[in-house]
Structure formats: structure tokens, C-alpha cells
Design a protein around this ligand. Sequence first.
Ligand code: SAM
Length: 175
Amino acid sequence: MTFFILSLYAALFVCYAGVIIFFLYTLYAFVKGAPFVPTAKKNVKKMLALADLRQTDVLMDLGSGDGRILFAAAPNVRQCIGIEINPLLYWWSRIRTRVKRLNNVQIIRKNLWDVDLSSVDVISLFFIHPKMGKLLKKFDAELKPGARVVSYAFSFPNREPAKREGNIFLYIFSP
Ligand SMILES: C[S@@+](CC[C@H](N)C(=O)[O-])C[C@H]1O[C@@H](n2cnc3c(N)ncnc32)[C@H](O)[C@@H]1O
């Protein structure tokens, strides 16, 4: 009986610790950029349709969360790269990649501001409004001509999208 109660306490402790660690990392991600709010699956489909994916494309999801955009895009592109700062989401999405046996999906644990974007064809993005100007500067400086950025919920300041569907925006970058 004592063993049972101790095991129960241990299990509860692990659960509470997990929740607290998750929230601390979510807070950390928020300070570094944006919190984890997954894009609804129907909007993931709309984003990828608007990006007009090609089999030769390298797609990067900046702040890849649980990996859902990468998993949906993988059959239609050459390579999918997820950049995620939260270690719990990084590991969770890596495990899901293995389980789904997606060989063209790679997830990197990194701060997106330190990632070189020069070889990327398509960027998918669901970030926060106050960082969109800073992101635009990075994209203008690093993206190759013709690269596409599909952004859910937020648009770039002072830049007209090439296409728009509701609150999903497509931008095409030129030199
Ligand atoms: C709004 S969520 C979007 C998740 C996913 N792209 C989706 O659409 O379902 C933003 C993600 O960006 C991650 N993130 C925030 N700041 C980051 C940073 N500086 N570098 C890398 N990832 C970051 C968060 O941890 C979170 O998973």
C-alpha cells in the first residue's frame, strides 16, 4: 500500500514537473519570439495551397511547433526543415517525424534569428505582429530571388502581399 501511494506521488510529481517545464519553455519562446499556438489543420492546408509547393522546393517552417506544417508539406517538396527553440516541442516533433518515417523532414533546435535562409525556397510562418518588421528585414537580406513566404495571421508592415486568402498572406521576394 505504501509503495502504491509513493508511486502515485512520484507519477503526480513527474506530471506537474512536465507541465511546469513546458510552460517555462513556452515563456522562453515567447521572450525570444512567439508562444506555441498551433495552426489549425484546415489553415495549414490553405497555407500550403497558397504557397504553390513544387517537388524541387526546400521549405522551412520558422518556429515549427509540433511539426504539423512540415508533415503536411513533406510529400510535396524535396526537403522540409523545422526550426524550433522549445526543446520539448523539438523532441516531440522529432519523435513524430520518426514514427511517420518522413525521410525528407529535418528539425533543428535553434533560435530562428541565427538561421541562414539563403538556400530556402519557401518559408512558412506563424509568428507575432511586433516581430514582423524585424523578420521582413532578415528575409530581405537573406532570401534568394523568387523565394516565397506564407504567413498565417500576420502581414508584413509596408509590404503588399502577392496573394492573400483571408488571414493568410503570400509574399514573393525579389533582389
Ligand atoms: C505560433 S507557434 C507556430 C507553430 C507552427 N509553426 C504552427 O503553425 O503550428 C510559434 C512557434 O515558434 C517557436 N518560436 C518562438 N520563438 C522562436 C525563435 N526565436 N526561434 C525558433 N522558434 C521560435 C515557438 O516555440 C512556437 O513553437
